[in-house]
Write a protein that binds this ligand. Structure first.
Ligand SMILES: Nc1ncnc2c1ncn2[C@@H]1O[C@H](COP(=O)(O)OP(=O)(O)OP(=O)(O)O)[C@@H](O)[C@H]1O
Length: 509
């Protein structure tokens, strides 16, 4: 006879065996097979299966881009997996196997929403191949399966899925690989080929943190950009196209291009670098601009030397020095390869581009012009409303220097800072030159050596500026003396003429 104790121990072993089998089942069975077996078991005992499953298939081929739900879920799950990995790392969990960054086939991820647990699994639906079909075999379809208890149906189908899609799309927008577009020159050789955009990945590391600029000015620009990005409804309400123009002006090396990169990184926008000299005419310009996408910054660098947009002013006001003209030509050659004499883009074409009707065909665009000579631009081109914000990029001030010292040397303060501050107030040096002097030239050069190098360069710049201004003074004085001498000579000549006419008169009488 079996004693009660033996019975209990048998029951215990059976329970332990069942639990072990259940653990194995949970661990090693693919979730969908498990769900199928569980469902079947529930049916067999006349019990409703308490879990609901929803599948989100990937739509392959051409329609892949349209399968937003699938990719949003993918982004959401990989983001929450990497967040989990970071958290685990922070908690210094040594088990590297638990660092899940993306979901493998048949893997299960547990998520929690408002205290409710849900299970995500991924799997591949293998397509059936028909032996007699001449068509290429269909691709296997991947899918995500969401499992949750039926008591939470409302919450999951009402809020959770919406939440996952919104989060997933936000992650996608954040991780989007931004692009730098440039327009290729149109060619007339053999047959006409219009200028087209081509792109590479935009990977400029500049940010507003690394940009050397007065802090107040910097935060003003950042606020302006944020306001613009959030301004969809505002622009709609006031009936204006959702675009904003920035004019960046200042001497070379003051960070105009760096600022554009920082803006793009800050807003997460693409950059279209428009080389006007290679655009054939206004029609081509319009076509190029219509092809730009929303969430982008359209840049025309060195607008003053891009095209002769200032012809009117040039004849009225002044002619450029020969030297400046040559320098511009060299710049144009360096940028475009050859001077575009064929380009028929006109000022009015450019103005149409900035605020013509077509620019309202798509929103969220920022237009940036840069120039080293703001005074050369036609006022119509840069009037407020077209170029809404004029930003002067200037020589390095002490605040900008501190940013550069942190970027290049990792120092926030140093006894030599006081000397640098005094010298920066006394002389003009661009952030590019300051940065160049701060950059260690070898592994042996420490921050002190770099700062001393900068001080030396600043002292030399100050001395050069002093000599230059003395020379200019001397030149001015010499020019003034020359003018006086000429005036005196003219007087003498006039007096001589008078004398001569007097003598003639006397002789007549
Ligand atoms: N304000 C700044 N902040 C940080 N780095 C700067 C700044 N200005 C210049 N630099 C450094 O100097 C280099 C040249 O600067 P950048 O090309 O932005 O100047 P720029 O004003 O656009 O010159 P250009 O008018 O000749 O095109 C950059 O690569 C950057 O390293």
């Amino acid at each position: 006879m079996t004693t009660a104790f033996e019975l209990w121990s048998h029951l215990g072993s059976v329970a332990a065996g069942l639990m072990f089998a259940w653990a194995l089942f949970k661990q090693y069975f693919p979730p969908q097979l498990r769900a199928y077996i569980e469902g079947y078991a529930h049916k067999a005992i006349g019990h409703a299966y308490p879990y609901i499953q929803i599948t989100f298939p990937e739509i392959s081929g051409e329609r892949l881009e349209r399968c937003e739900a699938y990719s949003a879920i993918q982004n959401y799950l990989s983001a929450s997996a990497s967040a989990r990995a970071t958290r685990l790392k922070a908690e210094s969990v040594k088990d590297s196997k638990s660092l899940v960054l993306s979901m493998d086939e048949n893997e299960e991820v547990v998520d929690e929403f408002e205290g409710v647990k849900v299970w995500w699994s991924s799997s591949v639906a293998v397509s059936r191949i028909s032996m007699f079909s001449l068509q290429p075999p269909p691709e296997d379809r991947r899918l995500y399966r969401l499992t949750f208890h039926r008591s939470h149906r409302e919450l999951i189908t009402g809020s959770y899925i919406k939440y996952v899609l919104v989060k997933g799309k936000a992650v996608a927008a954040e991780n989007r690989q931004r692009k730098l577009f440039t327009n290729n020159p149109s060619s007339n050789w053999y047959y006409y080929k219009a200028s087209k955009w081509s792109h590479v990945a935009f990977e400029h590391p500049a940010t507003f943190d690394t940009l050397a600029m007065e802090p107040n000015k910097k935060s003003e620009i950042m606020n302006d950009l944020l306001k613009f990005r959030r301004g969809k409804e505002y622009y709609e309400r006031i009936g204006k196209a959702w675009k904003r123009g920035y004019l960046l002006y200042g001497p070379p090396g003051t960070g105009k291009s760096t600022m554009i990169a920082a803006m793009a990184n800050f807003l997460n926008y693409d950059v279209y670098d428009l080389e006007l000299t290679t655009v054939k005419d206004n029609t081509e310009l319009r076509k190029l601009l219509i092809e730009t996408s929303a969430k982008s910054i359209i840049v025309i660098e060195d607008i003053d030397c891009s095209l002769d947009l200032t012809g009117q002013r040039k004849t009225k006001k002044r002619k450029k020095d020969d030297d400046e003209e040559k320098a511009d030509a060299v710049k144009r050659m360096a940028k475009g390869g050859e001077e575009s004499k064929d380009s028929k883009v006109t000022l009015s074409g450019l103005l149409n581009f900035i605020d013509g009707l077509w620019s309202a065909c798509g929103g969220e665009r920022i237009i940036v012009f840069t120039t080293n000579f703001v005074e050369r631009l036609d006022p119509a081109l840069i009037r407020r409303g077209r170029m809404d914000k004029h930003i002067e990029m200037s020589y390095c001030c002490f605040e900008s220097f501190k940013v550069l010292a942190w970027n290049y040397l990792g120092v926030e303060s140093h006894p030599l800072f006081a000397t640098v501050r005094r010298l920066l107030a006394e002389t003009k040096m661009t952030p590019a030159d300051v940065a160049e002097n701060l950059m260690p030239k070898s592994d042996d050069e420490n921050e002190e050596a770099c700062l001393e190098g900068l001080i030396e360069a600043l002292q030399k710049a100050k001395e050069d500026a002093r000599k230059k201004s003395e020379e200019e003074e001397e030149e001015k004085a010499a020019a003034a003396g020359e003018a006086e001498a000429t005036a005196a000579r003219a007087m003498t000549w006039e007096e001589g003429q008078l004398k001569l006419s007097g003598m003639k008169e006397n002789a007549m009488h």
